[in-house]
Design a protein around this ligand. Structure first.
Ligand code: ADP
Ligand code: ASP
Ligand code: MG
Length: 285
């Protein structure tokens, strides 16, 4: 059977309605075996991404601004509990989730690193999606390793393959891994895309689907140029030349491209759209 790795970005995990779409997409094709999720993003213009809230919370904790810290963290807590409730979580799940959210609140307040704080956005999201999709949660610290210089450790792909062989389906948090010092480290911002590409390369996936809030790669940002259409196909090289196409992190395209894994950019809110495929050459039909 084909193996597809799917990555859902922050707009696809932002609230219960989006999360239910993610569940439908995951269920629609049994080949979608490994699901990578980002922390909940903006629900509307002016909203704040969970990752940004966590960075602000960590800064407030470090400066011992207790009141501010509790206020910011309350927003994080509220958003995760709302998504869990809106996607039908029962009391037992909610009480476990609350306990983890509270434990995390104390860890950050007591000095956990900024990277640890930021990574909790994807961890809590992945736990909610694991329940919703009905596939086990596997933490990224078990899969992704960084070298001392902060780059991806070369053993990561083999580690991913070994850990996921025999695992039919899994939900995996994006954006972070374990450093050579044993601590949590993150990719650059937008790095959930890189996690998806690393998992796809590790399991030698047939396809890496990157689900977002636009129907593919456009010649320019579609939010600024509404009449534009998505490009149906791009080579890895053509995508790399499209500087500023922030729809997919350039490192993600490189990681998948080096292994020749086709990437498809798709829209969670218009799953029927064909999206953009990035590969060496268009598939022969
Ligand atoms: P996600 O949360 O799914 O990772 P991102 O915000 O990182 O989503 O990327 C998707 C956004 O990228 C789109 O909403 C769009 O506004 C923006 N974007 C910028 N340039 C382009 C482009 N050339 N083609 C498509 N989208 C683009
Ligand atoms: N949540 C992280 C960020 O906001 C990673 C990602 O969304 O890909 O940058
Ligand atoms: Mg992104």
């Amino acid at each position: 059977m084909e193996t597809i790795v799917c990555k859902f970005g922050g707009t696809s995990t932002a609230d219960g309605g989006a999360a239910k779409r993610v569940m439908q997409i995951a269920e629609a094709n049994a080949a979608r075996r490994y699901i990578v999720v980002s922390a909940p993003g903006k629900r509307f213009a002016g909203d704040i991404k969970i990752t940004d809230l966590l960075y602000s919370a960590a800064a407030a904790a470090k400066a011992r601004r207790a009141k501010e810290y509790r206020k910011i963290y309350a927003k994080v807590r509220g958003r995760f509990l709302e998504i869990a409730r809106d996607t039908g979580a029962d009391e037992r799940f909610l009480s476990d989730l609350k306990a983890e959210i509270e434990e995390t609140e104390e860890k950050i307040y007591l000095g956990a690193s900024e990277a640890f704080a930021a990574s909790r956005g994807e961890v809590l999201a992945a736990k909610i999606f694991s329940r919703l999709i009905g596939a086990p949660y596997i933490g990224a610290e078990e899969l992704i390793s960084f070298s001392e210089d902060g780059t991806l450790d070369k053993t990561t792909f083999d580690k991913v393959q070994a850990r996921l062989s025999g695992v039919g389906r899994a939900v995996i948090p994006g954006f972070y891994g374990r450093g050579a010092d044993g601590k949590i480290h993150t990719f650059p911002r937008g790095g959930g895309d890189i996690t998806g590409a690393v998992i796809a390369r590790g399991v030698r996936a047939d396809l890496y689907e990157n689900w977002t809030d636009v129907s593919g790669v456009y010649a320019g940002d579609p939010k600024k140029n509404r009449g534009a259409a998505a490009l149906p196909f791009l080579t890895y090289r053509e995508f790399a030349a499209l500087q500023g196409a922030s729809v997919l992190h350039e490192k993600a395209a490189a990681v998948a491209g080096e292994a020749g894994i086709p990437i498809r950019i798709l829209n969670t809110f218009r799953p029927e759209d064909q999206g953009t495929t990035i590969a060496f050459a268009p598939a022969k039909t």
